[in-house]
Write a protein that binds this ligand. Structure first.
Ligand code: DGY
Length: 381
């Protein structure tokens, strides 16, 4: 199986599942073992190339769990199908690394891991927002470098977000969780841009305003805008929560950056290529009051030249979902997807995914993205 090291769990089982990275927790291993799977885990931290994964699939492989850093397309789904494979799960909620049409052509159900990343990722977006607004990293560097000579009225002045305008692009689960944290915590007015109105969020904002009124406080506003340009021009802080596809690639480019307030804050915990990163470097260089907080990068793990040197940009290495609870939950869901399909179980349709995380889970695959296209049966109790 190539030069990378693989660790085998439950060696004498009948079915064979490959997992291209070590995953945290034990429950996911137990789920696959209970489905009579031998589990072969690649213990290398290097990203596997398509050919290495093909080699690992080999002549017989019933299922696979892969990573967002790998390209799961035509070649891998063909290899999996030819090896007798019946299921693939991404160890991620995002699936821009997966060619869903190719998987469907090769009759391979594709799972993902929604629900367990929501608050965790939203919390990181909040963390980046305030780290950028209050210049936490830049001022920490200054302090560590021994440059602090004493309190000054003008030392590291940042931006106050209380009662300002918040722009959320993509008001799905994570975008809405972030919006609630920011609006409730900091009484911000919400502007959002999404293909669909988020009725749940609008009702939530109305209820929140009733509460504010009962406390004798000023209300906040909630507005859906059709065009992202309108949101960019009005918001003091913009957070991106879209999926990455052809419609969102370089959604934030030089032209759109120029519409933003000179002291605005831009946060990205979605996918790197949603921002034209070279344009962002130029913009942050020319607008020192502008700030950005990034968890994801266009050419991950590489950064565009100049990005790492900018004092007004906070960067972390794609760790928005990195809490033990979330990463263990992701492993449980990914294993649950593969194990369920291999046992012939139907697909869970409910957005509530918590039932899979402990106790006796339903006999269903937690989340299969191409279930309808493949005509799969859905769980009905
Ligand atoms: C995902 O699951 O898509 C996240 O990017 C992982 O952090």
């Amino acid at each position: 199986m190539g030069s990378k090291k693989w660790h085998v769990h439950n060696p004498s089982a009948k079915k064979r599942v490959i997992v291209t990275k070590s995953l945290p927790g034990q429950r996911w291993l137990d789920i696959l073992a209970a489905a009579d799977c031998r589990i072969e885990v690649c213990t290398s931290s290097k990203v596997l190339e398509v050919e290495e994964i093909q080699k690992a699939i080999g002549n017989r492989c019933d299922g696979a769990i892969g990573q967002l850093t790998e390209s799961w397309g035509e070649e891998l789904f063909e290899a999996l199908q030819n090896a007798g494979g019946k299921a693939y799960s991404n160890y991620a909620v995002g699936f821009n690394n997966v060619d869903l049409e190719a998987a469907t052509r090769w009759q391979i159900p594709v799972g993902n891991t929604p629900g367990v990343l929501t608050e965790t990722t939203a919390e990181m977006a909040v963390t980046l927002t305030f780290a950028a607004a209050r210049r936490v990293c830049d001022s920490e560097r200054f302090l560590r470098e021994g440059k602090y000579q004493g309190w000054l009225p003008t030392l590291f002045l940042g931006e106050l977000l209380w009662r300002k305008n918040l722009g959320v692009v993509g008001l799905g689960r994570i975008g809405a969780a972030y919006a609630k944290m920011m609006v409730e915590g900091h009484k911000m007015n919400l502007l959002y841009c999404d293909l669909h109105p988020n009725k749940g969020m609008e009702a939530y904002m109305a209820a929140y305003n009733a509460f504010l009124k009962s406390q004798g406080e000023q209300p906040v506003t909630c507005k859906r805008v059709e065009k992202v340009e309108e949101l960019l021009a009005e918001a003091d802080c913009v957070s991106l929560h879209t999926i990455l596809d052809d419609t969102t690639h370089h959604l934030i480019n030089a032209g759109r950056l120029s519409l933003m307030k000179p002291n605005a804050i831009l946060i990205n915990t979605s996918r790197g290529p949603v921002i034209d990163e070279a344009a962002l470097v130029d913009h942050c260089r020319n607008q020192p009051e502008f700030k950005a907080g990034l968890d994801v990068f266009e050419d991950e793990p590489a950064l565009k030249p100049g990005l790492a040197d900018l004092p007004n940009v906070v960067i972390v290495p794609h760790i928005a979902s990195a809490t033990s609870w979330t990463r263990t939950g992701m492993a449980t869901l990914a294993a649950g997807n593969v194990a369920a399909i291999l046992q012939g179980f139907p697909v869970w349709e409910d957005a509530e995914i918590g039932v899979f995380l402990e106790g006796d889970p339903p006999k269903a695959a937690p989340s299969i993205l191409n279930a309808k296209e493949l005509g799969m049966a859905f769980y009905n109790g």
